[in-house]
Design a protein around this ligand. Structure first.
Ligand SMILES: [Zn+2]
Length: 255
């Protein structure tokens, strides 16, 4: 019998049979873990309320043959309590969980940096002191940096020419100089590029001084960047399968 312990944030719950659930957690040491929580849908369950989305928990797992099994749960932070009454904070928190889930395809791969970003964003959203859309944009930018997708905000994304530059291209990877700018590049306000940089580096004093127009423009660019990278990530999956299939066929033929 093999047991292990970890702290994590509940990303998702799915029904399993009559009384059980499959819980997807982003953990500190074990990356994304999917585990079975038995009996949690019964009203007498000790686990049930602790294993809801947004819950920050300390969990003991038993290593199962296919999925691991939750054997103990302690609540560290019930972030959901501070989120359910506020629609804007709640939807921002949902976007945090969904993005974290999509950025961690490989289960068991350590993702400490992303775990810390998720826990920090949920804490800030539940506390209610910062503008929820700024918290979300900061999370999305830093999560993209974790994935290797940080946009260039000062230097040119293509030639590295020190900026700041006026043009911004999602496809080119951020700020672009006059020589490199592709057709259809955006021309965001200088404040928007300042805000992108401040959110990327967690500089809240600068970020919160930026006016609402530049904040809206920043949210639009962040959403476009994330969508572009996630779609490219999804499109690359069929290519992997196509490459794998002839190899498998070749193995069959030669064996
Ligand atoms: Zn350039």
């Amino acid at each position: 019998m093999s047991l292990y312990r970890d702290t994590g944030v509940v990303l998702r719950v799915q029904k399993l049979g009559e009384a059980d659930r499959i819980i997807t957690l982003l953990t500190r040491q074990h990356g994304k873990v999917r585990a079975v929580a038995k009996g949690v849908r019964r009203t007498t369950s000790r686990f049930g309320a602790r294993l809801e989305p947004f819950g920050h928990v300390d969990v003991q797992f038993y290593t199962g043959r296919t999925l691991d099994i939750v054997t103990q749960v302690e609540t560290l932070d019930a972030f959901g309590v501070g989120l359910v009454g506020d629609y804007q904070r709640y939807t921002a928190a949902c976007a945090v969980l969904e993005t974290a889930d999509r950025l961690t395809a490989e289960e068991g791969e350590p993702v400490l940096r992303l775990y810390l970003l998720v826990a920090g964003a949920l804490r800030a959203l539940a506390d209610g002191e910062r503008d929820p859309s700024l918290v979300l944009d900061a999370f999305l930018l830093r999560a993209m940096a974790f994935a290797g997708w940080a946009p260039a905000v000062v230097e040119c994304a293509r030639c590295g020419d020190p900026g700041p530059h006026r043009a911004f291209s999602v496809q080119a990877g951020g700020s672009v100089c006059v020589r490199c700018r592709p057709a259809g590049s955006a021309s965001p306000a200088a404040d928007t590029l300042t805000l992108l940089g401040a959110l990327l580096h967690g500089d809240w004093a600068i970020a919160e001084a930026v006016e609402s127009g530049a904040r809206r423009e920043t949210s639009g660019l962040v959403a476009a960047l994330l969508q572009w990278h996630l779609e490219r990530q999804l499109r690359s999956l069929p290519l992997v399968e196509r490459r794998a299939r002839p190899t498998a066929a070749a193995v069959e033929e030669t064996s």
